[in-house]
Design a protein around this ligand. Sequence first.
Ligand code: GDP
Length: 456
Amino acid sequence: MSHNDIIAAISTSLTPGGIGIIRVSGEGSPALCAPLVRIKGLSLEEAEPNHLYYGKIHSEGQLLDEALITLMRAPRSYTAEDTVELQCHGGPLVLQRILEAVLQAGARLAEPGEFTKRAFLNGRLDLSEAEAVMDLISAGTDLAKQTALRQLQGHHSAKIRDMRGRLLEKSAYIEAALDDPEHYSLQDYGREVKPALMTIREEIRELLFSSENGRLLAEGIAVAIVGRPNVGKSSLLNYLLGFERAIVTQIPGTTRDTIEESCRIGDLLLRLADTAGIRDSEDAVERIGIERSREAIKEADLVLLLADGSRPLEEEDEALRELCVGKPALLLLNKADLGLAVSPETEEKRLDIPCFAVSARTGEGLDRVTEHIRQMFCLEEIRRQPVLVTNLRHKALLREAEQGLDLVLDSIDKQMPEDFWTIDLMGAYRALGLIIGEEAGEDLINEIFGKFCMGK
Ligand code: GDP
């Protein structure tokens, strides 16, 4: 794949819509498009950049569409290359026909994410900013959207660059002193440099800490709904999803498979798994369901343990409570609309788990549950974080940088030779660099942009 040929793609969705945009980028793209585009009184190549022109698109003597046409000149475009954007009518056939004409004229069909990749290769975006573009497009919550937007505006990159700058400065001093001991002294440098490195490590740890809950809130909290048969798990799932999804039935034990769906309640995104009731069962299929419930608890970020609150709790309810130990979990006493046979306050104390009276039938009590979840995952606190890391790749690299600094600090404490320090210092420096794409190899870049959507 060459980085300087002309690429083209449909940049809008391929479903019928008011407007669809074809983007053409690369040196020579205005000349390539000029014969296809008729603007009154001038050729596309003479058009004023960043102005909108009304024109017609023709190919082989045939009118393909009326369009609004914009020319952008390098470096003032998304890709930092000469770019032409054709705003056509948003029908898939219209767009495909025009795209074909552009390809016939000599452009190449862009790979997924290739426009953004060019923006990266041309230095207009760094890697973390480029990733933010994709996060912004696929954001499922307001928080994910805000985070992506801040990342796109360079907040993450600025923080990373700042920490890298400080690491480089320390490392450069040590290198200089090793090369030129007459002018630079390493006497007591360990004691001097330690607080600065500890501060950087602390900043990295803060980023890692916020990323734990940040990612859950941005990508959705995996919720396992568990409980004995017939307590109302399917009903709760359906209530939350707002439509019939799992089969609701009065015969115990019919929810045998795990179904996963997402629902959004205000700013909470919940990924819901409905699992079979956990109980001792003779039935082989049912036992698979039980295993899955245990699995689901293990894999969940949050367990909603459902019990039938209209009757006294049973031993099995308490056994399930035991399975949730060590997990964020809430006990929901369901069927409150029938009248409660147990008190949430008493059960909360007795079983040591936050407890709420709810009804999957009427929805009563569920507001308090979602409010409690928001508090459990520190939603408000996380909203206020200036830099929130949600990307798993970034998180892994931050860990690596943290470990690098652990090693340096350890070497200082053990009074190891200074050239040892610089190896790990530079390791941390490189790990941080990979977040923003410095020193990133071709493979990593291709992998990241390969996940992008077409036309972006
Ligand atoms: P599951 O086996 O735990 O998935 O339970 P289901 O969701 O299939 O519900 C079992 C029965 O309890 C069904 O008849 C539901 O209509 C009923 N049910 C579930 N939730 C409530 C509730 O909050 N109030 C009342 N009155 N009935 C409920």
